[in-house]
Design a protein around this ligand. Structure first.
Ligand code: FES
Length: 111
C-alpha cells in the first residue's frame, strides 16, 4: 500500500518532481522535491520520528500541520525541527530524538 502523502493541508499538493535522497538515523531514504521529511519517511514505512525524551515511547506524525511538535527531529545539527513542515533537501542529515537523562527524578538515570 502506498502511504505517500500527496496533498498536504498547508503546503499543498506534491508534484513528485526531482528525486532526492536524505539520511535518517544513518539510513538513506528517497524523497521527492517538495516532500516533507515526515511524508518521505512515512512513504518508506518509517512511523517513529523520535522517542519521548523521558519515557522512550515512540512518537510520529500527529497533526501534520505544524501545531503539535510531536514530529520534532534534528536536521543538519539543528534540533526541534518539525518534520511535517520541513521539505527534504538532497543530502540532508536527519536524526531522531533520544531518551534524555533525568537524574533528579526517582528512578531516573544520570551519566
Ligand atoms: S506532526 Fe504536529 S507539528 Fe508535526
Amino acid at each position: 500500500m502506498n502511504q505517500r502523502i500527496v496533498h498536504h493541508p498547508v503546503l499543498g499538493s506534491l508534484d513528485a518532481g526531482k528525486s532526492l535522497h536524505f539520511r535518517f538515523n544513518g539510513t538513506t531514504y528517497p524523497a521527492y522535491e517538495g516532500e516533507t521529511i515526515a511524508a518521505a519517511l512515512l512513504a518508506s514505512g518509517v512511523r517513529t520520528l523520535r522517542v519521548h525524551e523521558e519515557k522512550g515511547t515512540p512518537r510520529g506524525i500527529y497533526c501534520n500541520i505544524g501545531h503539535c511538535y510531536e514530529c520534532r527531529v534534528t536536521v543538519d545539527g539543528v534540533p526541534t525541527v518539525r518534520a511535517c513542515m520541513t521539505l527534504v533537501q538532497d543530502g540532508m542529515e536527519v536524526t531522531a530524538g533520544v531518551v534524555l537523562p533525568t537524574p533528579l527524578k526517582k528512578g531516573g538515570h544520570s551519566q
